[in-house]
Write a protein that binds this ligand. Structure first.
Ligand code: ADP
Ligand code: MG
Length: 333
């Protein structure tokens, strides 16, 4: 019996050779992920976490050093040809030909997939669905970012795949185009019953769009489940504090750790977060304790746990800082 999951990857390891670095870059370090059928599943992680490498392996574009992967019941390593027929792929970088029209791109893609004489009607159907009928005859290089991305998704759908892979489908889009893309992706999984695996480095996108997410950190999945469940596992409220200039975070931390009802005190730079069953009523005691310790706060906010807090709890780093770390390494892929 074929596996009931749409995607099952186990123990994926991938190291890239890098000039001048004997060990290379370990992009995946034993990544496991199981994606149920017919839903939007998000791989969330900062730049450099290993999302694109995972997508490349699952879509047969790269081979892992170790591990196994099954997509739509097919072994990716043994039968890459069959996997390619079952899936649609939208890479992080557009694969459309900018020197051809949107319609030409779609028709060519249809022919490559063996649609023959049906390629033209399928192209028109997809152009209509993605609001591109009016721009069908224009060169892709004249399209806006949102239009190009919609065409990319349409190209991935030409052959009616069972499983669609979207690598950062909304990165670089303005908020309006992003919202339109979210709606379209939701529709693919809902009305069309397709399985959609998307990657994103936007916390909000994973939270709003995906029924389940896997948080990827340094080539491993560190948490998996519905976003609300992951957040709900962090009981109580989160109190975020920014320390006043030149305050010693260590002094602030030890002052907070001694307070009753305060747990999980985490320091990230000059920001501190802690959890409390009732954040609002804990604030006066927190501020007083910091004052007494000579480590006053410049600002304080109380919030329900967010995915950012989940990430911090699991990795000891703030999500935004992890992004900065790898941004220095440039956007290689
Ligand atoms: P993400 O998509 O989450 O940003 P990637 O899978 O693209 O992450 O990259 C994971 C790590 O592997 C990063 O450190 C990245 O710099 C490195 N990497 C990716 N592709 C290559 C490559 N072709 N050669 C060397 N290193 C690479
Ligand atoms: Mg990527």
């Amino acid at each position: 019996m074929p596996s009931s999951a749409a995607i099952e990857a186990q123990g994926l390891v991938k190291t890239y050779a890098v000039r001048g670095d004997k060990e290379g870059v370990r992009a995946l370090d034993g990544l496991d992920v199981t994606v149920p059928r017919g839903a939007v599943f998000g791989l969330l992680g900062p730049n450099g976490a290993g999302k694109s490498t995972t997508i490349k392996i699952l879509t047969t574009l790269a081979r892992p050093d170790e591990g196994t992967a099954i997509v739509d019941g097919i072994d990716v390593l043994r039968r890459p040809d069959r996997v390619r027929r079952a899936i649609g792929v939208v890479a992080q970088r557009s694969g459309a030909d900018p020197g051809a029209t949107g319609r030409e791109n779609l028709v060519l893609q249809g022919r490559l997939h063996g649609l023959g004489a049906n390629a033209a009607s399928r192209a028109d159907e997809l152009l209509a669905r993605f609001g591109l009928t009016g721009a069908a005859g224009r060169l892709v290089k004249t399209y806006s970012g949102g239009m190009q991305r919609r065409l990319d998704v349409a190209l991935g759908l030409v052959h009616r795949p069972e499983v669609l892979f979207l690598d950062e489908p909304t990165t670089g889009l303005d908020p309006e185009s992003r919202a339109a893309m979210w709606e379209e992706i939701t529709r693919l999984a809902g009305e069309d019953g397709m399985t959609v695996l998307l990657t994103t480095h936007y916390l909000e996108e994973a939270d709003r769009l995906a029924g389940r997410i896997a948080i990827v950190d340094r080539g491993r999945v560190v948490a998996e489940g519905p976003p609300d469940e992951l957040k709900g596992a962090l009981h109580g409220d989160v109190v975020h504090l920014e320390l006043a200039a030149e305050t010693d975070p260590a002094a602030a931390r030890s002052a907070l750790q001694d307070l009753q009802g305060i747990r999980n005190v985490l320091v990230a730079g000059d920001a501190i977060s802690a959890r409390s069953d009732d954040g609002a009523s804990a604030v006066p005691a927190i501020l007083a304790a910091l004052q007494t310790a000579g480590a006053p706060a410049a600002s304080v906010t109380v919030a329900r746990p967010s995915l950012d807090d989940v990430y911090l709890r699991l990795t000891g780093r703030r999500y935004s800082e992890s992004e900065d770390l790898v941004a220095e390494g440039a956007n290689r892929s």
